[in-house]
Design a protein around this ligand. Structure first.
Ligand SMILES: [Zn+2]
Ligand SMILES: [Zn+2]
Length: 196
């Protein structure tokens, strides 16, 4: 069974991975411990975790559970919330665990963290049973679909392409279909009428 036996030892590992010990590590380790207890996954291959922010607690959850973005066992939802959902793929049991917030009560950091660690689960977080519907190509394992974008020619895995044309003949990558989060330097030059 996957579990966090020793919170203090896990916090040491989190400190090394994350770069500092902070309230986020305390909250993340306790949330991971609770989440693992709730879903009772036998093996790391059975576990998928959705995190809802990309701050301190996420590093602690990654460390304490063993899920990894590159193994597709970690999913990131950019909600800006201190919460994570733990899924046992084998039993389809899923629990969402949310932090109640990590107030330091005006204490120095060391004492605030010690105080938080001494609290009961109910004081630190809430949890509820949920269902998570995974889409095609969401789960670990070899890619089920690999296509080449008909505009930029780059490869797109796991149904992340946007089908276009007759019989999905001309798939587009999301960047070509919806626009990119980046601009190339030539786009910037064209946009600004640069003299460079
Ligand atoms: Zn931190
Ligand atoms: Zn493309």
């Amino acid at each position: 069974m996957l579990k966090v036996d020793d919170v203090q030892a896990m916090l040491k590992r989190c400190e090394a991975f994350h770069g500092h010990l902070c309230m986020g590590q305390v909250a993340g380790v306790r949330m991971a411990k609770k989440g693992l207890e709730l879903v009772a996954a036998e093996h790391i291959k059975d576990l998928i975790v959705m995190v809802e922010n990309d701050r301190c607690i996420t590093d602690a959850i990654i460390m304490a559970t063993g899920v990894r973005l590159g193994r597709r066992s970690l999913k990131f939802y950019d909600y800006g919330k201190m919460a994570a959902t733990f899924v046992n793929q084998k039993t389809e049991k899923a629990w969402r665990v949310a932090s109640r917030g990590t107030s330091d009560d005006g204490l120095p950091p060391d004492r605030a963290m010690a105080a938080a660690l001494a609290k009961a689960d109910e004081e630190l977080m809430t949890w509820q049973r949920v269902r998570v519907a995974f889409g095609p190509g969401d789960l670990p394992g070899p890619p089920e679909r690999i296509v080449r974008c008909s505009r930029c020619g780059e490869t797109v895995l796991d149904y992340r392409d946007v089908p276009t044309g007759q019989g999905q003949a001309d798939p587009l990558c999301r960047a070509c279909a919806f626009g990119t989060y980046y601009q190339t330097l030539s786009e910037m030059d064209a946009g600004s009428g640069s003299m460079a």
